[in-house]
Design a protein. Sequence first.
Length: 113
Amino acid sequence: QVQLVESGGGLVQPGGSLRLSCAASGIIFSLNAMAWYRQAPGKQRELVALINSGLSTNYADSVKGRFTISRDNAKNTVYLQMSSLSPEDTAVYYCRVAGHNYWGQGTQVTVSS
């Protein structure tokens, strides 16, 4: 049974930073690409960042230079370091095993003063 458990969301002021974590189980983590998505109210879920097994990364244009995706295969965990946050980054953030229909439950990120 695949489980993805996100953590690290919360309320942060504009310009602030947060680090999200997603702990995975039930998969051979090191062999899988992992991704972060987000869904803002009234909007479609969108891909934010992806990291493959070879540590290559891709980012949405809206987060390039501000967000960094990384992984620790020893801990079966993928991270999303977010900086220079703006209210437009407010959303529920989900991790996913890329290419599979395995999703976490989501963690809320709210950027507000």
